[in-house]
Design a protein around this ligand. Structure first.
Ligand code: AHG
Ligand code: MN
Ligand code: MN
Length: 337
């Protein structure tokens, strides 16, 4: 596929390479692209259309919902439930599996999504995004349950994200490398702007929320201490730090110029009864698929994210992802204890 081709062309071509795929997969990716275009428009208009600020509610994980968390969730559902490509959906912003209303045609794919990642950044006009993961429905039926979604990340058919930044970008993998598409708003199409994206194996840039430093486990503390020590420590090179607080933006930076991103387990998270901050089904797995397809690694520090057998829809996991040699170093530090 050549640079400059449309996302529509690309997915039609891609589908030809997927065994047993019908026009349904093309249709589904198209539905996702349409919802991302709509969300991009809402994000851009922001305060002009009164979508900023808190919704006054909490999601199932006890997080304050922004108005846009709810609006974007609805945009995704509306785009995905109508065309017969989807069996069921699950979202960070919905308590339970979303089953299609009676009478709607059920498709063969299940979609999990984080409709607006980094939503706290909406109000301050910093990049946000939509993350999605596509799984095969285990069987055709009317009503799906959590159990149907309990598939490890290695079974994902496709995954990606849309980043709403200075440009709106769709980043996609169908298991055949990573492609980037930039939205040309003049004629409303995503155009391929990068193919075969590769994350550099080494980096001098790390991303972690340093305010949690006192709660970290020893391997994470050791790794970051060494980065901060720079040329005066074991690493013998100076590092730079970034923290956007939108995972989509961090992953995009890492795909573009390398880096390591970490949201590890820590004492504060454990005390709250959680196993991590980020969600396996909506954030970690789709990003792991993209990052691994670009030659990077995605791990908890103690195991490959995509091999985790999910046990709960809203399961959380520690995440360490990015440039191969740096992530491997963090894994090694966990082994050394
Ligand atoms: P969401 O807005 O979907 O809840 O996700 C926010 C996530 C992730 O995108 C980001 O990396 C992290 O939470 C930010 O966490 P801090 O608030 O600790 O910075
Ligand atoms: Mn998120
Ligand atoms: Mn979110």
């Amino acid at each position: 596929m050549h640079i400059g081709t449309t996302l529509t062309n690309y997915i039609i071509e891609t589908q030809r390479d997927i065994k047993g795929a019908t026009g349904e997969f093309t249709g589904l990716l198209n539905d996702i692209a349409i919802s991302c275009k709509k969300i991009s428009d809402l994000v851009e208009k922001g305060d002009l259309i009164g979508v900023l600020g808190a919704a006054g509610s909490e999601n199932v994980q006890g997080e304050e919902q922004k108005k846009m968390d709810i609006i974007t969730n609805e945009v995704m559902i509306e785009a995905l439930e109508s065309n017969g490509h989807v069996a069921a959906m699950a979202s960070e912003e919905m308590d339970d599996v979303y089953n299609l209303p009676a009478g709607k045609v059920r498709g063969n794919y299940m979609v999990t999504f984080d409709p607006l990642d980094g939503s706290s950044n909406m109000d301050v006009n910093v990049s946000v995004g939509t993350i999605f993961s596509i799984l095969k429905a285990p069987e055709q039926k009317e009503t799906y349950t959590d159990k149907d979604f309990m598939q490890p990340g290695t079974t994902q058919v496709a995954a990606g994200y849309c980043l709403y930044g200075p440009s709106t970008l769709m980043v996609l993998t169908t298991g055949n490398g990573v492609q980037m598409f930039t939205l040309n708003k003049d004629f409303g199409e995503f155009i391929m702007t990068r193919d075969g994206v590769q994350i550099p194996e080494d980096t001098k840039e790390f991303a972690i929320n340093m305010s949690n430093q006192r709660f970290w486990e020893a391997p994470v503390k050791r790794y970051i201490d060494e980065c901060v020590a720079g040329t005066t420590g074991a690493r013998d090179k100076d590092f730079n730090m970034r923290w956007v607080a939108s995972m989509v933006a961090e992953v995009h930076r890492i795909l573009t110029r390398g880096g390591i991103f970490m949201y590890p387990i820590d004492e504060k998270i454990k005390k709250a009864g959680n196993a991590g901050k980020l969600r396996l089904m909506y954030e970690a797995n789709p990003m792991a698929f993209v990052v691994e397809q670009a030659g990077g690694l995605c791990d908890t520090g103690r195991g490959r994210i995509m091999e985790i057998q999910p046990t709960e829809l809203h399961q959380r996991v520690p995440v360490v992802l990015g440039s191969k040699n740096e992530v491997q170093r963090v894994i090694d530090y966990h082994k050394e204890g």
